[in-house]
Design a protein around this ligand. Structure first.
Ligand code: MN3
Length: 200
């Protein structure tokens, strides 16, 4: 967030009559790295309009609304209110950040979409070491994301402790980092129903 423009600076009166200033960085959706119809025929323009334009946008709007309330609570020293807001901030903030990474995980057909890492590349070797082969990784990934009940995310992660790649799932809008800062996301798949039900 360094260098990000701070907006929505507000002054709130504190109970004691003093004033405190609380600011937050307003969340914004990054522009997609392709057109809305760029992922066709795999994901339709209609699905992307709904997913990026409505679902992701709603997380961002909710997050900004909650942040504004949190800034006020912080300025007022209202830790009870701040605590009440944290679950919603975690959920909507996670929703925003997971989608930002998800859009980067996808690419149009002909521009990397659906292409496997080159045989002998560092990624291919790491995947084969952990899963047996690229095909085994895909089978494992599909079976285990499909097995998630309810909503969540499937991740291919690099584990900085074991120095190997591994599969993880997170529930709802939990982020991979919630399971440990030693996990670095390589790619993610949205397994919320809204991510595919229009097309599949
Ligand atoms: Mn989604």
């Amino acid at each position: 967030m360094s260098g990000a423009k701070r907006t929505n600076t507000k002054l709130y009166a504190m109970k004691e009559g003093a004033t405190a200033e609380a600011t937050f960085v307003k969340a914004e959706q990054k522009k997609l790295p392709y057109e809305l119809d760029g992922l066709e025929p795999v994901l339709s323009k209609g699905l992307m309009e709904l997913h990026y334009g409505k679902h992701h946008a709603t997380y961002v709007a909710n997050l900004n609304n909650l942040q504004e309330q949190a800034a006020k609570a912080l300025a007022e020293g209202d830790h009870l209110k701040l605590t009440e807001l944290t679950q919603g901030i975690k959920f909507n903030g996670g929703g925003h950040m997971n989608h930002e990474f998800f859009w980067e995980s996808l690419a149009p057909v002909g521009k990397g979409g659906g292409e496997l890492p080159k045989e002998g590349s560092a990624l291919e070797k790491a995947i084969s070491k952990s899963f047996g082969s690229m095909d085994d990784m895909i089978t494992h990934f599909s079976a285990n994301t499909g097995a998630v009940q309810g909503s969540g995310w499937g991740w291919l992660a690099y584990n900085k402790t074991t120095k190997e790649v591994e599969f993880r799932t997170t529930f709802n809008q939990d982020r991979l980092v919630d399971q440990g800062a030693y996990l670095v996301p390589i790619l993610t798949i949205d397994i919320w129903e809204h991510a595919y039900y229009v097309d599949y």
